[in-house]
Write a protein that binds this ligand. Structure first.
Ligand code: KIV
Length: 290
C-alpha cells in the first residue's frame, strides 16, 4: 500500500514537472503584431540587444519581449568607434546566432549603414537577405522621410519594419557627435512628422533615441504603434544595449543608462582567481582530474 502511494506521488510529481516545462516552452512567441496589442493594452515593452547565442538564450529565458541585434555590434563586439563599418555579412552572422537561441522574444535585426540608403531596391534586397539568412522576425532602419519608399517596399515584401529616429548613430558624421537630438523646434517637428510617416508606411514600432522626454511623450500619445525609448524618458517600451546595462562596458556611463549588474567586476574577479589557482597549482585538484 505504502509503495503504491509513493508510486502515485512520484507519478503526479513527474506530471507536474513535465506540464510546467511544456507550458514554459509553449509560452506564446512574440510577434510584431503583439507589440501593437501590448501598446493598446497599456503593457510596457522590454527590448535588449544581443549579438551571440549564449547571451540571447539568457535574455530570452529571463523574459525580455524583444532582442535587437543592433548594429551597435560594430562598437560592442568589434571595437569600432562607430556603427558605420559593420557589413550585412557581419550582421547576418550575429543575427543568425541570436535567432537560433530565441524561443519567445521578437528578434529584430538592424540593417547596417550602406545597406538601404542608396535606393529602395537595395534596401528591399538586403532586408530579404537578412530575414532569409538570420531567421530574425523583423528589421530596423534609421531615418524618416528620406527612406520612406524603402520602408514601404520592405513592408510590401512582408517584412515587419521597426523605425529609428532622434539620435540615429549611422548619421553621426552629419550630427558631429552623439549629443541630444531634437532640442530645437524645427528638428522636433520634423521628428514628429517622420514618426507619422513611418507609422503610415506600415512600421510596427519606432525606436526614439536620445531626445527630450516631452517629445517622446508627444510621439507616444500621437501614434498607435509603440515607441521604444533609449535615452528619451518614459515611452511605450525601453531598449538598452545588453552589455551596457550589465556593466560590461566600463567606460560608458551616459545619464540615461541604468546599470543593473557589475559583470565586468564579476569577470575580472573570476579570471584573477583562476590565474592565481593555476599558477599556485590549486587548479585542477583530484576531483577535477580523471
Ligand atoms: O544598434 C543598437 O544597439 C540600437 C539601439 C541602441 C536602439 O540601435
Amino acid at each position: 500500500m505504502q509503495n503504491l502511494c509513493t508510486f502515485a506521488i512520484q507519478k503526479t510529481y513527474i506530471y507536474i514537472v513535465n506540464m510546467a516545462e511544456y507550458l514554459a516552452d509553449t509560452k506564446k512567441k512574440i510577434t510584431a503584431r503583439t507589440f501593437i496589442e501590448m501598446k493598446a493594452k497599456g503593457e510596457k515593452i522590454t527590448m535588449l540587444t544581443a549579438y551571440d547565442y549564449t547571451m540571447a538564450t539568457l535574455l530570452d529565458q529571463a523574459g525580455v519581449d524583444s532582442i535587437l541585434i543592433g548594429d551597435s555590434a560594430s562598437n560592442v563586439m568589434a571595437g569600432n568607434a562607430t556603427t558605420l563599418p559593420i557589413t550585412v555579412d557581419e550582421m547576418i552572422v550575429y543575427g543568425r546566432n541570436v535567432a537560433r537561441a530565441v524561443k519567445h522574444a521578437l528578434v529584430v535585426c538592424d540593417m547596417p549603414f550602406g545597406s538601404y540608403q542608396a535606393c529602395a531596391t537595395d534596401g528591399i534586397r538586403n532586408a530579404v537577405r537578412i530575414m532569409k539568412e538570420t531567421g530574425a522576425d523583423a528589421v530596423k532602419l534609421e531615418g524618416g522621410e528620406e527612406i520612406i519608399d524603402t520602408v514601404r517596399g520592405i513592408v510590401r515584401a512582408g517584412i515587419p519594419v521597426c523605425g529609428h529616429l532622434g539620435l540615429t548613430p549611422q548619421s553621426v558624421n552629419q550630427f558631429g557627435g552623439y549629443g541630444l537630438r531634437a532640442k530645437e523646434e524645427a528638428e522636433a517637428e520634423k521628428l514628429v512628422h517622420d514618426a507619422h510617416l513611418l507609422e503610415e508606411a506600415g512600421c510596427f514600432a519606432i525606436v526614439l533615441e536620445k531626445i527630450p522626454a516631452r517629445l517622446t511623450s508627444r510621439v507616444c500619445a500621437e501614434l498607435r504603434i509603440p515607441v521604444i525609448g533609449i535615452g528619451g524618458g518614459a515611452a511605450d517600451g525601453q531598449v538598452l544595449v545588453g552589455q551596457d546595462m550589465l556593466g560590461m562596458n566600463q567606460g560608458f556611463r551616459p545619464k540615461f543608462l541604468r546599470q543593473y549588474a557589475d559583470v565586468a567586476g564579476v569577470v575580472t574577479d573570476a579570471v584573477k582567481r583562476y590565474v592565481d589557482d593555476v599558477r599556485t597549482g590549486g587548479f585542477p585538484n583530484e576531483q577535477e582530474s580523471y
